[in-house]
Design a protein around this ligand. Structure first.
Ligand code: SF4
Length: 481
């Protein structure tokens, strides 16, 4: 799969793995969730035997698989291992089918079969058939987005849907030997292929070597142009341009890109003439709010679906008419669905607001979800949504650029550029995805009380920083114009 995305990625993954960025706790939690889905999915074909040899004991896994293939009373093998033509695979579920044939099932924690899943399964199909097995069905098991969790144990046959992708996998498998040959050729070279970063670096997966490959680009790389399209990247590269500093003034750029170009060249922030007018729309009492949410593959709360977003925390910095600032917050406790209490406390908190300030449309979307989930609170939530809202992300993106944004308008990039002494480095949590992992640990009944308090403190500090950050960004933009 690495080789299909980028031959350089394949080379580095095989020969210079240490150049990759290790997964952070949020990515690790995603991988762990995928593993958990894989374990639960075994119930789709129950009664099988798990090959639990780890990946570095592949030879043993293959031997055990071989032995089990001959035992007719074993209906399925989980994590079955095979090696053919130097290609090693593990099959999530290999189940006995009719007439001595086998069914091969790959498990993914996505909500549908994606294009990139087909080659993954096609390689497995090719290897299993080379090993002498007859495969009569290839399935892709994925989360069923329509499943509503009734509480207790998951009903695995409803939680997961299995798509029949036999035809697509068989068609793709025909070209796999040729693709493998091309990859083998690359792996015999002394150096990785010289492939520049581009849109392939996060499609279909975020490449762990991005930081390494990006470091080969010049300062103020064109990769930092906001909203850079593949076509624009190619146009600039064709002209030999790799740095924003080299872009001629008459190049066709979007207004945001042009502001970025001027900011990099002049080494000064650039603001549009409309910026102050946009900031003046923030009328006191102004509530700067931010939510933290979770959306796990495996639903936690009764009545929710896979990946359904559930808000569990809000923070609100209120800028009053006299210029004073006060802070309010909510963080759910316990294992009950937090949405009703979240909505009640927020509705009460936002009473009398003249403006609601957010960073992106995320909070409004979540309020829309809450109105759907809590029909009894719909009219109160609609009233909140009908207040004047200011999306600060849109204001920054459309009216302001500091070259230390490095092409990103995320608050995590904007804040340190505008208020260098006020970042996220001192916090245990520095990312919303990590916050949801921490929240789940905080409500787990196995978590010690002392640890729970510490986690709750970390969550409160993080969400409060996000809302204070917006206030500070507004102040800094006003001061710099
Ligand atoms: S970061 Fe991009 S160019 Fe570098 S190895 Fe990964 S996919 Fe290839």
């Amino acid at each position: 799969m690495s080789g299909l995305q980028c031959l350089r990625k394949l080379y580095l993954a095989c020969n210079q793995r240490d150049l990759g960025t290790p997964p952070d706790s949020a990515q690790q939690a995603l991988f762990d969730a995928g593993t958990r889905v894989g374990e639960i999915a075994r119930e789709l074909r129950p009664g099988g035997v798990l090959i639990d040899e780890p990946h570095d004991r592949h030879r043993e896994a293959v031997a055990r698989t071989r032995a089990l293939l001959g035992q007719d009373d074993v209906p399925a093998i989980y994590e079955a291992g095979f090696t053919e033509d130097d290609v090693r695979i593990r099959v999530d579920i290999l189940a006995r089918s009719s007439g001595g044939a086998w069914e091969l099932i790959e498990v993914k924690s996505s909500t549908s079969t994606k294009d990139e899943h087909v080659p993954d399964v096609a390689v497995q199909l090719m290897v299993v058939e080379k090993a002498g097995l007859t495969v009569n069905r290839v399935g892709l098991a994925h989360m069923n987005r329509d499943y509503v969790y009734p509480g207790g144990d998951y009903e695995v046959d409803q939680l997961l849907a299995v798509d029949d992708i036999t035809e697509a996998a068989r068609a793709y498998a025909k070209g796999v030997p040729e693709e493998l040959n091309a990859m083998r050729r690359v792996l015999t070279e002394d150096e990785p292929p010289d492939i520049a970063v581009g849109s392939h670096c996060n499609k279909p997966y975020e490449c762990e070597f991005y930081a390494h490959c990006r470091s080969r680009e010049p300062d103020w790389s064109i990769e930092e142009l906001p909203g850079l399209t593949s076509a624009k990247r190619e146009d600039l590269r064709a002209l030999g341009i790799r740095s924003i500093l080299e872009i001629p003034g008459d190049t066709r750029l979007t207004p945001t890109q042009e502001r970025a170009r001027q900011s990099v060249i002049a080494d000064r922030p650039q603001a549009s003439s409309s910026l102050i007018g946009e900031l003046d729309k923030i009328i006191a009492p102004a509530h700067f709010i931010d939510f933290e949410t979770l959306g796990p593959a495996l639903p936690v709360y009764t009545g929710t679906r896979p990946y359904e977003t559930v808000p569990f925390q809000w923070s609100d910095h209120v800028l009053s008419e006299d210029g004073s600032v006060s802070h309010f917050e909510f963080l759910a406790e316990g294992s009950d669905d937090p949405r009703a209490e979240f909505a009640e406390t927020l509705i009460a908190q936002l009473k009398g607001a003249a403006t609601i300030v957010v960073y992106s449309s995320y909070e409004r979307t979540r309020l829309g979800d809450l109105a759907e989930a809590l029909p009894g609170r719909r009219s109160a939530l609609d009233s909140v949504m009908s207040l004047p809202w200011v999306d600060l992300l849109k204001v920054v993106r459309s009216h302001y650029y500091h070259r230390d944004f490095h092409g990103s308008f995320s608050i995590k990039s904007v804040l340190p550029a505008l208020v260098p002494e006020f970042g996220y480095e001192d916090l245990e949590i520095q990312d919303g995805k990590v916050a949801s992992v921490v929240f789940l640990e905080s409500i787990n009944s196995d978590t010690e009380p002392g640890r729970r308090e510490q986690l709750r403190g970390d969550l409160l500090a993080y969400c409060a920083r996000d809302t204070e950050a917006m206030l500070r960004v507004v102040e800094a933009m006003r001061a710099s114009t």
